[in-house]
Design a protein. Structure first.
Length: 325
């Protein structure tokens, strides 16, 4: 399958040795003291939702509690009986902080990134031929839009960059992300049919994954190609294709091995950008001294080679067996 791919201009991207800002957004688990809370004041027209505070306003807040709401987490509007706002409450700033921290933990749990939390842009080894791939990934992470297909050999950094995109989106953009290898995803869906399963129904699981704002599918094409697996994978990819939901794929298999319906959608150059990893060595096969060299020389292409253009223009389909003849 061959499709014309429109020439696209690469936006201005910082050099590969520019540090990527990825702050640690994980909430601090250290118990707070009164001095740890921001210097907030009770908004005008609101009062603390604490009967004791109304009766004894001079009482100091409990140790470790917010000095504004005194640990209740809420403020009540100071309105007369009969006023539409009588009894109306709003969350205190400390309550909002708590909710944000809880939402981050929920997003982190949903993301399935525990095993990949250390795969970031900062510690990615820019091996020979993947510098441009690194820059494309950074650009996409900052503004996830459309699809990316990472295609290439084993050990060339596809999974690391895909995980780095997911970690950046989760931590910096507070975006809902789901990262999974395709075989693991199908096992996760099958497990919902187990009567003893506690992870939710099949419909709930599938709907959440189909509509997650950013989906990373690692090792596409390595799944068991049963009729059920092919159909579920097609339904997932077709749904995201129709809604143009941000999705990243990694694969090292010939495209001929994929379901033709999936291959057609991934080959749509109007939505999916192909990024080739065919210029890099297998990182796992490099001797330790070469790994250290690339880690300490991030701004220079490995072995002094000139950066390669790894974005195929004019054809959005990865090589197949016929291309290698």
């Amino acid at each position: 399958m061959r499709r014309a791919m429109q020439q696209s201009t690469t936006p201005n991207i910082p050099p590969a040795n520019t540090p990527i800002s990825t702050p640690n957004a994980e909430p601090d688990q250290t118990p707070k003291t009164n001095n740890d809370f921001p210097q907030r004041r009770i908004p005008q027209g609101w009062r603390v939702v604490t009967p004791q505070q109304e009766i004894y306003p001079e009482l100091p807040p409990e140790p470790g509690s917010c000095p504004v709401c005194r640990g209740t987490g809420w403020l009540r509007m100071d309105a007369q009986v009969g006023d539409p706002n009588f009894g109306r409450i709003i969350p205190c700033g400390c309550k909002i902080d708590e909710q944000l921290a809880g939402e981050f933990e929920r997003l982190k749990k949903l993301s399935n990134l525990d095993a990949f939390r250390n795969m970031t842009f900062e510690n990615f080894n820019r091996l020979r031929g993947v510098r441009e791939n690194f820059e494309i990934s950074v650009q996409y992470a900052r503004d996830p839009n459309g699809w990316l297909l990472f295609f290439g050999n084993f050990g060339t950094g596809k999974t690391h960059l895909a995980a780095a995109i997911a970690n950046y989106a989760l931590r910096n953009l507070k975006m809902k992300v789901y990262f999974t290898a395709v075989p693991d995803l199908l096992d996760y869906l099958r497990a919902s049919f187990d009567p003893n399963s506690t992870g939710g129904s099949y419909d709930d699981r599938f709907e959440e994954i189909k509509n997650v704002p950013l989906l990373i599918l690692d090792d596409l094409g390595t799944e068991n190609a049963s009729p059920w697996a092919r159909e579920k994978l097609y339904q997932l990819i077709n749904h995201r294709y129709n809604l143009k939901l941000p999705t990243v794929f990694t694969t090292n298999v010939d495209m001929d091995m994929l379901d033709g319906r999936i291959r057609s959608r991934i080959g749509d150059a109007a939505l999916c950008r192909l990024v080739l990893f065919n210029q890099a060595d297998d990182y796992r096969q490099l001797p330790p001294e070469h790994r250290d060299w690339t880690r300490t020389n991030q701004g220079v292409e490995s072995r002094g080679n000139k950066p390669q253009n790894n974005t195929r223009v004019g054809n959005n389909t990865p090589p197949t067996r016929r291309d290698h003849r």
